[in-house]
Design a protein around this ligand. Structure first.
Ligand code: PBG
Length: 432
């Protein structure tokens, strides 16, 4: 753990403030004897952890040779060392009992901060985070009522500043969600593949400023659909699968053309991963990855997000295309059906959404598939922690860190989280 090497993506000044011992885990309280050495490389600044040199130097001469010391001990002239501390007293009234005959006492491995730190199984790093950012055409940043601390960011200013802040603390991946003007919405969501639309324009701007920034995009029609659905809606309310996939392919290619690194279909149409892969390849975007929303559940935890983008379905719900049957969050095996399809169609990353209420599904996919797993800690999860913190019912920062670590423990490699910046600052030892 303490030998972890952290690759910061950027020559950011506040990387200097990284405290190694705070960085590696949730709350390691030990002071490990390590020095942080920064080495400059051409593309990245590195923080290399090496053993301290403070104990290396030549041993001091005290005037007595090793042989003389040994002879003194052999002669019974043993130098004094501090006594073993006395056994700590139990409070008066503690019952005197024979010790239990236990061969295994798990508490032994947890007895000191240093030992607990050595045996920590899961780590959390800013490199694990993908920061979801809401963007709009405006110049100002508009607060999102149901998501304290989140804004619809002006794509030209607020967004660029937010990305800079995130990179400062080692978060170098973002996913973009646009708030599209109502006048540009239509039943077929054609604005989704406008090469000059908000998302492609923003990707070009970000790539111009930060060429090494990893940009994920959302592939679905909901921000562009006048019906607020992820796909094209037939007059009887049915979402048209193959016609929607046709639009999604055009959307993904348009995003790739602008410079997206990872396109992320979040729509749950059948066959969309394979179709998008073929469309990207046909246009020469073999290098663009696909993160598939493999197990996206029909969840009430998306409420605040839909407020943020004003993308509530105008009617009905998403139950027929997100994981389905009776209560749509009641199914577990169905996630495997989706994962099999996504893997065989060429997905590079499998995503589970929401996160914390679906840890079993994250673990399931982690155990069954070798692909990287992403977890989406969605808006409702974020808002609950924020609300609990604001009401002083829970310790916001600790619950935030615990929730993120638990997603990692369940098997997520990366986490899409609105806490990305706050948590990364915390991991970097910046208390704000
Ligand atoms: C839409 C999309 C949604 C989220 C991510 N992509 C909303 C939805 O399906 O209604 C939700 C994320 C969140 O709640 O934070 N394609």
């Amino acid at each position: 753990m303490a030998s972890s090497v952290f690759h910061a993506p950027c020559g950011a000044p506040s990387i200097k403030q990284l405290e190694c011992q705070k960085y590696v885990g949730l709350r390691p309280s030990v002071t490990l004897r390590f020095n942080c050495v920064k080495t400059k490389t051409v593309t990245a600044r590195r923080l290399v952890v090496t053993a301290s040199k403070s104990h290396d130097g030549a041993s001091k001469k005290l005037g007595i040779s090793d042989a003389e010391c040994e002879a003194a001990v052999v002669a019974g002239n043993i130098p004094e060392a501090p006594p073993v501390p006395p056994k700590p007293a139990a409070p008066a009234g503690t019952p005197v009992v024979p010790s239990l005959p236990l061969s295994r006492r798990p508490r032994r491995n947890r007895k000191s901060p240093a030992m607990r730190a050595s045996f920590q199984e899961t780590n959390l790093s800013p490199a694990n985070f993908v920061y979801p950012l809401f963007i709009h055409e405006g110049e100002e940043d508009t607060p999102i009522g149901a998501m304290p601390g989140c804004y619809r960011l002006g794509w030209r200013h607020g967004l660029v500043q937010e990305v800079a802040k995130a990179r400062d603390v080692g978060v170098n991946s973002v996913v973009l969600f646009p708030k599209v003007p109502d006048a540009l919405k239509s039943p077929t969501g054609d604005e989704a593949y406008n090469d000059n639309g908000l998302v492609p324009r923003t990707i070009r701007l970000l790539k111009d400023r930060y060429p090494d920034l990893v940009i994920y995009t959302d592939v679905a029609l909901d921000p562009y659909s006048s019906d607020g659905h992820d796909g094209i809606v037939r007059e009887d309310g049915v979402i048209m699968n193959d016609e929607t996939v046709h639009q999604l392919c055009k959307q993904a290619v348009s995003q790739a053309r602008a410079g997206a690194d990872v396109v992320s279909p979040s729509d749950m149409m059948d066959g969309r991963v394979g179709a998008i892969r073929a469309a990207l390849d046909a246009e020469g975007f073999q290098h663009v990855s696909i993160m598939s929303y493999t197990a996206k559940y029909a969840s009430s935890f998306y409420g605040p997000f839909r407020e943020a983008l004003d993308s509530n379905p105008r009617f009905g719900d998403k139950k027929t295309y997100v994981i389905r049957v009776i209560e749509l969050y009641a199914n577990y095996r169905e996630a495997l059906v989706e994962a099999q399809a996504d893997e065989s169609e060429g997905a590079d990353i499998l995503l589970v959404k929401p996160g914390l209420p679906y840890l079993d599904v994250i673990r399931l996919l982690r155990d069954k598939y070798p692909l990287p797993i992403a977890a989406y800690q969605v808006s409702g999860e974020y808002s609950m922690i924020k609300a609990g913190g604001a009401l002083k019912m829970i310790d916001e920062q600790r619950v935030m860190m615990e929730s993120l670590m638990c997603l990692r423990r369940a098997g997520a490699d990366i986490i899409l989280t609105y806490f990305a910046l706050q948590a990364a600052r915390c991991l970097c030892g910046e208390k704000r």
